[in-house]
Design a protein around this ligand. Structure first.
Ligand code: ATP
Ligand code: MG
Ligand code: MG
Ligand code: MG
Length: 470
């Protein structure tokens, strides 16, 4: 039977509830009291205080379906079958309660018995020194040794600086030869879409003191994460996360609005998938109170909206279209996230305002950029000056990466240092003019926090965030 996305979410949470877990609602995308990340990127991140023992969990077994944003995956979106900037992560967590044995057995039970995946297509991986996990897979579950992959620290040991850390065991699904890259040696761990990672089980059993010294934790934890959309891909046996039931109807709407049939031209398909993904992120971000601005999270949102708007132009869409798409996101996801329905008018307004604002300048900006390209061509240059990139940013509202993306498609680069310098110069000017108009005790440092330097941040963002393995 082919379960839908909304059914699968419920099946997972019901299953974990039957194993004694307390099911919690998804936490908001905006981290609460955690300055180390801009946006929640995994099920475990809002639960960190329970892992470290800083706070007492409501129960030692918790399960969630967590909305996640990973802008670090943005380059993959539309190109791989399995990456979105937005996705939902199903997870079960043990705070000093059960450990490896239960976690592995339950993940197997869920995948093979509850949703009925073919066990012969599933491949676990373990950290190469984790004999305990290997033996559970091999002797208890009965997976032949040659089907269990042993990987090193980069792949199968989860840690982030100091603190709780440990080996992990991932479960891959072989989607068949037609999804393979065809290169010799393509197998579990290959970066192509054939052996798709579905679930990651992290065994947080050590504490790293920050200098690479590991001690065994008194409290052993379990932290797992499975992409709901990826689960749906394998259960529904479809090509990509853009083909699962709820997302497919959104994708079809993009096709309908643009008049571009899906599956005909590769470039159109990439744009269709990208818009489909970005509108999901934007809808959920706005629903969690993020507004398009020029800094931090707000800039992440602005960039996603503007990138979607530009790809809409590429597909030939005229006028605003994002609110219409957002309505489809909401009707597909309100089952799991009823707050979307309550906030929909607000979400549509924010999207339309941002589209209007960018719409005023995008066509002109694109023309100016085309002129700049021509000038570069004539001069035999391959790099757009920082000044020009800044002009596009400042006057036409083009986020740096948008300009970069457009130019990269044609083999050009940007002088990013020059862009930063132009930005700094403008900031300096703004500062000195503020000093003059700084009346009524307004504190200049407040303005400094709304710093334009963060606008280059889509690149820098990855330094701020950590992509936890789960
Ligand atoms: P990959 O190697 O495929 O990029 P990952 O190792 O980065 O995945 P984890 O950090 O282990 O992923 O996250 C746990 C699970 O979340 C993954 O096994 C996958 O099912 C899902 N997941 C991770 N990133 C994405 C994404 N960008 N889009 C959709 N699902 C994702
Ligand atoms: Mg990844
Ligand atoms: Mg991985
Ligand atoms: Mg992983």
């Amino acid at each position: 039977k082919k379960y839908g996305v909304n059914e699968l979410r419920k099946m997972f949470l019901d299953f974990m509830e039957s194993k004694g877990h307390l099911v919690l609602k998804s936490f908001p995308l905006v981290p609460q009291g955690d300055k180390s990340i801009l946006l929640i990127n995994a099920g475990m991140t809002p639960l960190k205080p329970y892992f470290t023992g800083a706070e007492k969990p409501p129960r030692t077994r918790v399960s969630t379906c967590q909305k996640c944003i990973r802008t670090g995956d943005i380059e993959n979106v539309g190109k791989t079958a399995r990456h979105g900037t937005f996705f939902e992560m199903l997870g079960n967590f043990s705070f000093g309660d059960y450990f490896k044995r239960e976690a592995i057995h339950w993940s197997w039970e869920f995948l093979t018995e509850v949703v009925g995946l073919d066990p012969n297509r599933l491949y676990p991986s373990v950290y190469l020194e984790d004999d305990e996990a290997f033996d559970i897979w091999n002797k208890e579950i009965g997976i032949p040794a040659e089907r269990i992959f042993k990987f090193g620290k980069e792949d199968n040991f989860w840690e982030h600086g100091a603190g709780p850390c440990g080996p992990c065991s991932e479960i891959y699904y072989d989607r068949g030869e037609k999804y393979g890259c065809g290169k010799p040696g393509c197998t579990v761990g290959c970066d192509c879409d054939r052996y798709m990672e579905v679930w990651n089980n992290v065994f947080t059993q050590f504490e790293n003191d920050g200098n690479g010294n590991y001690t065994t934790l008194k409290q052993k934890n379990i932290d797992t994460g499975m992409g709901l959309e990826r689960l749906a891909v394998v259960v529904q046996d479809v090509d990509s996360i853009f083909d699962v039931d709820t997302i497919c109807s959104l994708r079809n709407l993009v096709s309908k609005i643009s008049g571009k049939e899906y599956g005909v031209h590769h470039e159109d398909d990439v744009s269709i998938r990208l818009i489909t993904d970005h509108i999901r992120s934007a809808t959920f971000m706005i629903s969690d109170g993020i507004m398009p601005t020029n800094e931090g999270r707000g800039y992440v949102l602005r960039r996603l909206i503007r990138r979607a708007a530009r790809h809409g132009r590429l597909l030939g869409i005229e006028g605003n279209f994002l609110a219409t798409l957002s309505a489809e996101v909401i009707s597909g996801s309100k089952d799991g996230y009823p707050e979307l329905e309550e906030k929909k008018e607000f979400i549509f307004n924010v999207l339309t305002n941002e589209e209007n604002q960018f719409g005023k300048t995008i066509d002109q900006g694109l023309r100016i950029l085309a002129d700049m390209e021509e000038a570069m061509n004539a001069a035999g240059e391959k790099t757009l000056s920082g000044e020009n990139a800044f002009k596009l940013y400042d006057t036409y509202g083009f986020p740096l990466d948008l300009t970069k993306e457009i130019l990269e498609e044609k083999g050009y680069e940007i002088d990013e240092e020059g862009f930063k310098a132009a930005m700094d110069e403008q900031r300096e000017k703004a500062r000195s003019s503020r000093e003059v108009t700084n009346y009524m005790g307004a504190d200049a440092t407040v303005y400094d926090q709304i710093d334009t330097s963060v606008t280059t941040e889509f690149v820098g963002y990855d330094h701020l965030s950590f992509e936890s393995p789960v």
